[in-house]
Write a protein that binds this ligand. Structure first.
Ligand code: SAM
Length: 338
């Protein structure tokens, strides 16, 4: 086997006190007791687990067997529940480990497809909620570095996967990811752009069957490790601006999806202002939008993920806890009725 079994965890990092104080005040209020266990996980990077998303387009000979021998297990049952139609659905292969192993990243080699992508296993939840079917036209509005675009391609063969990313540096990163994981024979399905996601709905109204808005957010895991207090202050100011941007991106997505189409909104923060409040604002301001039920999907992963008790109960939030350090990941599915 080519599998290297070197496993390592993140190097020591400093917690930013300003950000921690801010989180303590906000999340104690919003999450109560659940904040305690999430806090313990976030403050202990050595406990963080890593999911391994297998690339069905690469040569996986021996890899899966090797990982299972190391104690990796599947996040999802082999046969995943059919939720909406009879169209074939390819099971997504995400392997998890109960210990905080971190496989090495595979280097980019021209002409060779990488076998796996390391991710927070809760990141597959928005992709599963999107439930892409063969032949659909899909937009990933905020796509870099491309983990969810890649996961979408693991579950189905869309007619079009439009991956958009506004930031030039991250746009290049997205291109690299797609090149490293997607075979040249499927590249014609992809369209990669560098647009401001807020304008896409106006420019391409009703053009897609499914749209993913994996929104820019105050990424709770990395913000806690802001290098210095000054940077922490800047980020906390930026944080206040995020709900407006998120609402605009979600509006754009709802304009870009066809009537009857589905939009999934996700973030990797626990902040109510960036999660439920954004979705609620949309539901109260626009007619013809409906919140879709995700109970079946949530039940299928509830052995692995801890979920927060949300107030108001709009969408679902994976919240890290001891031994199941996945998340934070908020997910909500909306339908454009007309
Ligand atoms: N979906 C990605 C993945 O799974 O790999 C992660 C996306 S990250 C949470 C959010 C992304 O949105 C960032 O790369 C950020 O640069 C991008 N972004 C921020 N503002 C945007 C905008 N106005 N339009 C499009 N993308 C934007």
């Amino acid at each position: 086997s080519k599998l290297s079994v070197r496993c390592r965890s993140k190097p020591q990092r400093q917690v930013c006190k300003t950000v921690l104080q801010h989180f303590d005040a906000q999340y104690r209020e919003e999450l109560g007791e659940q904040w305690k266990s999430a806090r313990d996980v976030l403050l202990n990077p050595h406990s963080w687990q890593y999911g391994v998303l297998l690339n069905r387009f690469s040569d996986l000979t021996n890899l899966e067997q090797g990982l299972r021998a190391l104690g990796y297990t599947s996040l999802l049952p082999r046969v995943q529940p059919e939720s909406q139609s009879n169209t074939a659905h390819i099971p997504l292969q995400c392997l998890i480990h109960r210990d905080p192993f971190r496989l090495p990243n595979q280097g980019h080699q021209p002409g060779w497809l990488k076998q796996y992508f390391l991710l927070n296993a809760a990141s597959v939840l928005p992709v599963l909620a999107l439930d892409v079917r063969d032949g659909e036209k899909v937009l990933d509005l905020c796509a870099a570095p491309g983990g969810k675009s890649l996961a979408i391609l693991q579950t189905a063969t869309p007619r079009l996967l439009h991956c958009n990313e506004v930031d030039p540096h991250r746009h290049d990163w997205l291109l690299k990811t797609l090149e490293s994981y997607v075979p040249t024979t499927l590249q014609h399905l992809l369209s990669v752009t560098r647009l401001d996601g807020r304008s896409v709905g106006g420019e391409r109204p009703g053009a897609y069957d499914k749209v993913l808005v994996d929104a820019p957010c105050s990424n709770d895991r990395s913000w806690l490790y802001t290098p210095d207090t000054h940077q922490g202050d800047i980020w906390l100011k930026e944080r206040a601006q995020l709900p407006l941007l998120q609402t605009q991106l979600l509006c754009s997505a709802l304009a870009a999806v066809r009537p009857g189409g589905v939009v999934v909104y996700s973030t990797c923060t626990m902040s109510q202002a960036e999660n439920q409040s954004v979705v609620e604002a949309i539901l109260t301001s626009y007619q013809g939008m409906e919140l879709l039920d995700l109970t079946q999907l949530i039940d299928s992963v509830s052995d692995h993920f801890g979920f927060a008790h949300l107030h108001p109960p709009v969408g679902h939030l994976v919240i890290p806890k001891k031994g199941q350090t996945w998340g934070p990941m908020y997910v909500c599915r909306l339908k454009r009725v007309y």
